[in-house]
Design a protein around this ligand. Structure first.
Ligand code: E4P
Length: 226
């Protein structure tokens, strides 16, 4: 499963890239607004920092306008992906854009039926929102599992992007179910690496190494300096 950050914060994206595991970014109007920077410079910068797909959301619900916005977004960078909400007009725009070879991430998916429509409209990515379903006492992971199962049964090429992931268990379960991508806020990304036994084990190994070092004879230069 490819790991994406759900953010428009440039420092968070740079840090994810530095770890060597970040494969893409998703943004949405709320995240873009939070970044408080000019839209075009911001999205161009994000697209230049990360090599993989960067989803950029269109606005409104007029098919013609969504298509126009999609065509312009795709000109921003080679890795720009057009993000469109799962409405009838959004599906119509997805069909037109995908027929032109433009990659569309269909977002705000909350049911398997919607996910089937998105795939049939030629979506490049479908984004089921796991956490937001949990918020309304509905099993978000069950939705994800249903979509993975249906897409495999139908042989759809649309990638399943597990969105609205709120904690590491969501990420692990999404991977177990076979989601192609998991997108998450930076705090969830950071939480993936943390384990108290890693911290205490690392501390003890470091202390033991420092004690043993003077008695170990010649060491490779980089180990001597570490
Ligand atoms: C996905 O593309 C969305 O931007 C995102 O995952 C929404 O997550 P939220 O429910 O935490 O806002």
């Amino acid at each position: 499963m490819k790991l994406f950050l759900d953010t428009a914060d440039l420092d968070e994206i740079r840090e994810g890239v530095r770890w060597g595991v970040l494969k893409g970014v998703t943004t949405n109007p709320s995240l873009i607004g939070k970044a408080e920077q000019g839209f075009l410079p911001l999205v161009k910068e994000i697209c230049s920092i990360v090599e993989g797909d960067v989803s950029i959301e269109v606005s409104g619900d007029d098919t013609g306008s969504l298509v126009d916005q999609g065509r312009e977004i795709t000109q921003i960078a080679d890795n720009a992906v057009v993000k469109i909400a799962l409405t009838p007009n959004g599906l119509a725009a997805t069909r037109r854009l995908s027929d032109e070879g433009i990659k569309v991430n269909v977002t705000l998916c909350f049911s398997p039926a919607q996910a089937i429509l998105a795939a049939e409209a030629g979506a490049y990515i479908i984004s089921p929102f796991v956490g937001r379903l949990d918020d309304v006492a509905t099993d978000g992971l069950r939705l994800l599992s249903d979509i993975c199962e249906i897409y495999a049964a139908q042989g759809y090429g649309t990638q399943v992007l597990a969105a609205s992931l709120r904690h590491p268990v969501h990420v692990v379960e999404a991977a177990r179910m076979g989601a192609d991508i998991g997108t998450m806020p930076f705090k969830v990304f950071e939480a993936l690496v943390k384990h108290p036994l890693t911290d205490s084990g690392f501390k003890r190994f470091t202390e033991d190494w420092e004690k043993a070092k003077p008695h170990l004879g010649e060491l490779p230069p980089s180990m001597q300096e570490a």
